[in-house]
Each structure stands twice: as C-alpha cells, then as structure tokens.
Design a protein around this ligand. Structure first.
Ligand code: FES
Length: 125
C-alpha cells in the first residue's frame, strides 16, 4: 500500500518536466472533477469554476487507499479551496494537499495550466 502512495509526490511548477494534456476545458464539469490517468498515476483534476481556478491532485484517498477523490465535493474553508473525499468526508486543501482536520493524511498536488481551451497537468517525469 505504501508503494502505491509513493507513486504520488507533490510537484511544484518549477519542477515540471512534462505538461500532459488532460483534455479540453469542456471535458471537466463546472465546480467538479474528473480523473485522468498518466503512466501508473490516477490524477483528479478539478474545474473550480466559482474560484476561477483549476487544481490537480492524486485520485487516491490516503485514508482507505480508495481511488475516489475526483468524485469528491469541492468548496472552500476561509477561502482555502478544498475537496472532501466522497467516502468518509475527510477534507484536503487543493492548494497543498494537507488534511484540513489536522490529521496525518496528505494528497500530492500537481500544477495545472490552461492553454487554448486545453487543460494540462504538470509532472516531473
Ligand atoms: S477513504 Fe477517503 S475519507 Fe475514507
């Protein structure tokens, strides 16, 4: 299980080596998410329309190791955008992946770029 979790490491925009096209803007529901696959990774991509922002993070919830985060509900707490896992409602910051209840769970996050109506997620390899 730890091996699966180790697949996911937060990538800052300065560490991006490849921008992978995740689809077009229209492929993602407004104020919702969808899952893409890149190599062995499942990545949740969120179109946070209300905040006019896009986010990407691992689709794997570190609580019970379920691939469900893309189906989570998004919102904000004190202006910090967040996603709630659909299974047990643990919430994570979409900015840095930390658990918002202070628990020792974390999501890896990835940069998102929009260009010419397409959505790109940044990876280091
Ligand atoms: S599996 Fe996500 S909160 Fe439990």
């Amino acid at each position: 299980m730890q091996d699966l979790l180790n697949e996911y490491q937060t990538i800052g925009v300065d560490k991006v080596k490849v921008w992978v096209k995740a689809g077009t803007v229209d492929d993602f529901p407004t104020n919702g998410g969808a899952c893409i696959k890149y190599k062995k990774k499942q990545i949740a991509v969120f179109n946070f329309t209300t905040m006019s922002r896009w986010y990407a993070c691992q689709n794997l919830c570190p609580h019970k190791m379920e691939m469900v985060i893309s189906r989570g509900m998004i919102g904000d707490k004190d202006q910090i955008p967040k996603v709630a896992c659909p299974l047990h409602k643990k919430t994570f910051s979409l900015e840095n992946g930390t658990n918002m209840e202070g628990e020792d769970y974390k999501l890896a996050t990835y940069p998102v770029r929009i260009a010419d109506g397409a959505v790109f997620v940044g990876f280091s390899e």
